[in-house]
Design a protein around this ligand. Structure first.
Ligand code: GDG
Length: 482
């Protein structure tokens, strides 16, 4: 594939954020690549296809983002201060995020937020329509941009449009609370291919789309017909850059840093680790309570058994996140106040970003990794921990409500709402024989190695490029225009 002669691209990624972030560094700030496998995978395909990336540059920059980054053209979408409040903090993060994560926090519905969501989505769609070459593929990402596929199709019916949702898609009973449910479904249905992390989310979407829109299925729920077009729905579980984790975990400097971390913790017998964006969906407080109770029960001993919790700053200008931070910090301080000793806290808590090498060193330093979200689209931290354990040591306690639990069935699976269950899983993870722990780890590693984040991106794009059937025969879904 190559760029068209008019400077338009044959592959366009549309995401809320650009793949760069502004790092204020004294007076001389700079634009850096955003961390994570997703950005690496998408930038790799863009480079190969001479594609471009459309997104917002974030609030931190005082200067415009670069027009081009590491060979990839960037097109920045502007979001003003009022839209930031209503579209981003409001509709995206206080309506959709909690609703799609099983309403762990009450989702707020405000008409003003919805209007901003429509307005900003229209801007992204217009930018994509402008940038895409005739017949190009456009891949739209995530919950902030669910109206873009429909808006873009209206502007440019010639395009192949894909949409991928990184977070869960809720059950009908929850989704239908949304006052603008039909508009959102119709927005997503503008795509030719709609991808979710797991099969159950794809089925949730198909079910509610058939109920509330004119979409019909022809016997197979993941093949829809909408407005005379065939729309493919499917699960495309995201993964990680396994090779990068394995290589980093093998570096002598990283291995010695892992030893040093354990020494800095006072050479305990057992190190438990949590690494999450500070988010109320991740179940951080509950896991701290479980560990604290294991100390109170006399099962764990201060100094001998320690936990490290990294809570990466996230959405800091959002009052809900500020509140979540305060609640979490209170829990940490109660746990240490109740169960710690002088010089021997039971929880070592950092509210900081850590660089990739330090992250891998932490994974290597941890005997048990605790990943206990109440709901999570996938959870890449769980996969990264497993991939870093090249010697098959280490044990993973994982929430059954993380998408990753489908692939990582050999983790110690827990219901994070059940504190006794979390405690029991931690005890089992600690006590299980070395032989069993190693074979569980080996099976999980084999599973992750089957598909990297590069395979994920390529398989989505291959499915998007594949020719679709002519309009197939349909089965009436009883749609009544609700
Ligand atoms: C959403 C969905 C889905 C974190 N802190 C640091 C850091 N990270 C990296 C991790 C990991 C990524 O960020 C976090 O990904 P998760 O999947 O765990 O969670 P979300 O941020 O909620 O992501 C989720 C994902 O999208 C992808 O589709 O899996 O379900 O919620 O890669 O390593 N990396 C560095 N420093 C940090 O401080 N370098």
């Amino acid at each position: 594939m190559s760029s068209s002669s008019r400077g338009r691209s044959n592959l366009v990624i549309v995401a809320n954020r650009l793949p760069v972030r502004y790092s204020p560094n004294g007076d001389a700030g700079e634009w850096l690549t955003s961390p994570g496998g997703l950005v690496s995978a998408l930038t790799a395909v863009l480079r190969e296809c001479e594609g471009l990336w459309i997104g917002w540059a974030g609030t931190a920059g005082h200067e415009p983002p670069p027009k081009d980054y590491e060979g990839i053209p960037l097109r920045a979408v502007e979001i003003n201060a009022e839209e930031y409040e209503n579209f981003y903090l409001g509709f995206s993060n206080a309506t959709l995020w909690p609703l799609y994560h099983d309403a762990i926090r009450y989702p707020e519905f405000h008409r003003q937020w919805w209007h901003a969501y429509e307005e900003v989505n229209r801007r992204y769609a217009a930018a994509a329509a402008e940038a895409a070459a005739e017949g190009a593929m456009v891949w739209v990402h995530d919950y902030q941009l669910q109206l873009v596929p429909g808006m873009l199709r209206a502007l440019r019916p010639d395009l192949r449009i894909g949409f991928f949702l990184h977070i869960p898609f809720p059950a009908t009973e929850l989704f239908t609370q949304m006052p603008w449910r039909r508009q959102i479904l119709e927005g997503i249905l503008g795509a030719d291919l709609i991808g979710f992390q797991v099969h159950s989310a794809a089925l949730n979407f198909s079910r509610v789309a058939r109920r509330l829109t004119s979409a019909q299925s022809h016997g197979m729920p993941l093949q829809l017909v909408y407005e005379g077009r065939s729309v493919q729905v499917g699960a495309f579980p995201i993964s990680i850059d396994s090779a990068r984790i394995v290589e980093t975990a093998a570096e002598p400097a990283i291995r010695s840093r892992a030893k040093e971390i354990r020494a800095e913790l006072g050479d305990p017998e057992l190190v438990l680790l949590g690494v999450d964006r500070l988010d109320y969906t991740k179940g951080i407080r509950q896991r701290i309570k479980a560990v604290s109770e294991l100390h109170a029960d006399g099962y764990f001993v201060a100094g001998r058994d320690v936990m490290v919790q990294i809570a990466v700053p996230s959405r800091e200008s959002d009052p809900h996140y500020d509140e979540a931070r305060k609640e979490l910090e209170q829990s940490v301080s109660e746990a240490n106040g109740d169960q710690g000793l002088v010089g021997r806290p039971i929880i070592h808590y950092l509210h900081q970003n850590v660089d990739f090498d330090e992250l891998v060193a932490l994974y290597l330093a941890a005997d048990i990794m605790l990943v206990t979200p109440f709901r999570d689209g996938m959870n890449l931290v769980a996969k990264e921990y497993v991939m870093s354990r090249t010697d098959l040591s280490g044990r993973l306690v994982l929430s059954e409500f993380a998408g990753a639990a489908i692939e990582l069935r050999d983790a110690f699976l827990v219901n994070p709402h059940d504190l006794e269950h979390v405690k029991e899983a931690i005890r089992t993870a600690k006590e299980v024989s070395e032989k069993e722990a190693r074979s569980r780890m080996a099976r999980m590693r084999r599973r992750i190695l089957r598909r990297t984040v590069y395979d994920w991106a390529n398989s989505f794009l291959a499915a998007l490029a594949a020719p679709h059937d002519e309009t197939p025969d349909v089965v009436d879904n009883g749609y009544s225009g609700a």
